[in-house]
Design a protein around this ligand. Structure first.
Ligand code: ZN
Length: 246
């Protein structure tokens, strides 16, 4: 392939812009906020589940407490009713009186036991409510941190995209100055090797840094200026410039 030395030199400008584009793409992929968001999203999901579990537990205890309180009420109502019967003087037989008094005493004991149960449930419920509040606070803190990380990510991506857009614009200008066949070869090599062209400098290909043999250097020196050379080692287009020392 033949191409004017000036057009070949423009490939180096293109390669430099492409390396900037690659660095920007790498920055885009490895933005620290991405890992942070991933981590915080997982924590948020875990805490959200834990909040629901704790809320379910607190709800169960609330129902359990209501049930126990209604048991207490039922026993109390029955004891009150018995007490009223006793106080009314309607029961006169000593045997019935004794039976009623015994029942009242038994109901009071039962009420006392049930009230103990209510207290125990209330303690557990209080602990469960505290747990719900703690977990919800942690979840909300993570949600807030996640939102700020997302804002920072968006700002970072915007900045990178702006810079990338600018570099792409310059690249379009440079590639417009390169003949189509040379540009096509460059693009093909860029796809294959990441970098399509490199300068010959100090007897080395600056793409792979491998020193060229004397025979290779002699071949290059003898080659016409408009011949498009390739590095034997890395296959990139080898561009000769004033600094190439040949
Ligand atoms: Zn090379």
């Amino acid at each position: 392939m033949k191409a004017a030395p000036e057009a070949q030199k423009r490939l180096l400008d293109l390669a430099e812009l492409d390396s900037v584009i690659d660095r920007l793409a790498h920055r885009r992929r490895t933005l620290p906020e991405l890992a942070e968001i991933d981590e915080r999203s997982k924590t948020f999901a875990r805490l959200s589940t834990q909040v629901i579990e704790a809320e379910t537990e607190a709800g169960d205890l609330a129902r359990e407490q209501a049930k126990a309180e209604s048991d207490v009420d039922a026993v109390r109502t029955r004891a009150d009713r018995d007490q009223k019967r006793l106080d009314s003087g309607a029961v006169t037989s000593p045997r019935d009186l004794a039976s009623l008094q015994s029942e009242i005493a038994s109901l009071h004991r039962r009420q006392g036991d049930l009230e103990e149960v209510v207290l125990e449930i209330m303690e557990r419920r209080e602990a469960a409510d505290t747990k719900v509040a703690d977990l919800a606070r942690q979840r909300d803190e993570v949600a807030a941190a996640l939102a700020t990380a997302e804002d920072r990510r968006d700002a970072g991506l915007n900045e990178i995209d702006k810079e990338a857009g600018e570099v792409q614009g310059r690249r379009a200008g440079v590639s417009g100055e390169i003949p189509a066949d040379l540009l096509a070869l460059y693009e093909k090599l860029r796809d294959q090797y990441g970098v399509g062209a490199a300068m010959l400098h100090g007897g080395r290909c600056q793409g792979c840094k491998v020193a060229l043999s004397i025979a290779e250097m002699n071949r290059i020196k003898a080659a016409p200026h408009d011949e498009v050379l390739r590095c034997d080692e890395c296959r990139r287009i080898l561009v000769r410039t004033a600094e190439s020392g040949i």
